[in-house]
Design a protein around this ligand. Structure first.
Ligand SMILES: Cc1cc2nc3c(=O)[nH]c(=O)nc-3n(C[C@H](O)[C@H](O)[C@H](O)COP(=O)(O)O)c2cc1C
Length: 308
């Protein structure tokens, strides 16, 4: 039972959070003059709540931190030549919970030199896992043609634990900003699950989507950034790219390199169902499911322990 006073406090903090989230800049360029609130802000849907922290989040976070260099398997839905839905899976590097990426020192140096304020103030957190990708790969059109359905799986062998995260995923980073419909949709959907941290009204006004994506780009090494200037992934190696600046093995130091940034995307997974399978004790395996449901005052996670 929630005491009435706590409920009132909760209500007012929700209103504060709502006001703050609606103040996020919708679009931004590199220069301070282009950082003003876009008039497009009014056309965007704003979240109706500041979502509760998911009960599984801190455990997954702590287990990932104990696992050096973790990758996950990402499943999307594709369509075969007969237009039948088919599973498509690949390995990707997990980049933690959006937007709280911990930059390596070289990445932070690049941000300090090339991005106003060295990046966004740390005003948001979420339960949404992230990875980066190339817009020319197949997973993004597969997300768009399947209602954004995704499943991510970790096998953390050192902890004998499997995590499955099912939900929807949205890509951000299109240089056209919200003029691109997919980018606009993605920002709207991601924003619904962002949580405001602390009492930071003035900092929220400085937060931009573009800086959030640039931070992920900065977290790649110059060679890894250069991979976004590779010839088109998946196309025959015998074909010469028509764009002359697309070559293997390039190093990119400019965080706003227009060729690489045209292809670079951050994919953000909005979880709806999470499962933890703990096989530490093989004779007594343990399995938990968490499912997101809509309670009276917003989303809540229902937990159930199930047979393994
Ligand atoms: C260890 C490892 C890490 C990888 N990390 C990523 C990644 O973070 N993002 C990505 O798009 N592809 C990554 N890849 C490549 C993908 O597995 C895959 O080949 C690529 O994304 C193309 O897949 P798609 O065309 O189905 O989208 C990684 C591959 C390996 C083996």
């Amino acid at each position: 039972m929630v005491p009435a006073s706590a409920a009132v406090g909760h209500q007012s903090s929700l209103q504060v959070a709502l006001r703050r989230l609606s103040a996020i800049k919708i679009d931004s360029g590199r220069s301070p003059s282009s950082l003003s609130l876009s008039t497009k802000a009014g056309t965007m849907s704003t979240p109706s709540k500041n979502p509760q922290r998911a009960p599984w989040r801190d455990l997954l976070d702590s287990q990932l931190k104990q696992t050096p260099g973790y990758e996950f398997t990402i499943a999307t839905i594709g369509y075969d030549a007969q237009q039948r839905p088919v599973p498509r899976l690949r390995t990707c590097g997990c980049r933690g919970f959006f937007p709280e990426l911990e930059l390596h020192s070289k990445g932070q140096e690049a941000m300090d030199e090339q991005v106003e304020g060295g990046g966004n103030p740390p005003v948001f957190e979420s339960d949404m896992l992230s990875f980066t990708t190339d817009a020319r790969m197949e997973k993004l059109p597969q997300l768009e043609s399947s209602g954004h359905a995704i499943e991510a799986v970790f096998w953390l062998k050192g902890l004998m634990t499997q995590w499955r995260i099912k939900g929807t995923a949205y890509a951000i980073g299109d240089p056209s900003g919200e003029d691109a419909q997919e980018e606009k949709t993605s920002r709207t959907e991601i924003r619904k699950a962002l949580r405001v941290k602390g009492d930071t009204d003035s900092d929220i006004a400085k937060w931009t989507w573009q800086k959030a994506v640039t931070k992920y780009f900065a977290n790649h090494s110059p060679v890894a950034r250069g991979s976004f200037r590779n010839p088109p992934p998946g196309q025959p190696r015998s074909s010469t790219p028509s764009q002359l600046d697309l070559k293997l093995g390039q190093k990119v130091l400019d965080l706003h390199d227009p060729v690489a940034r045209a292809n670079f995307r951050v994919v953000v997974i909005r979880p709806e169902q999470v499962e933890r399978l703990d096989l530490t004790d093989q004779e007594d395996g343990k399995r938990w499911n968490w499912t997101l449901s809509n309670g009276n005052d917003g989303s809540q996670w229902d937990e159930m322990e199930v047979w393994p």
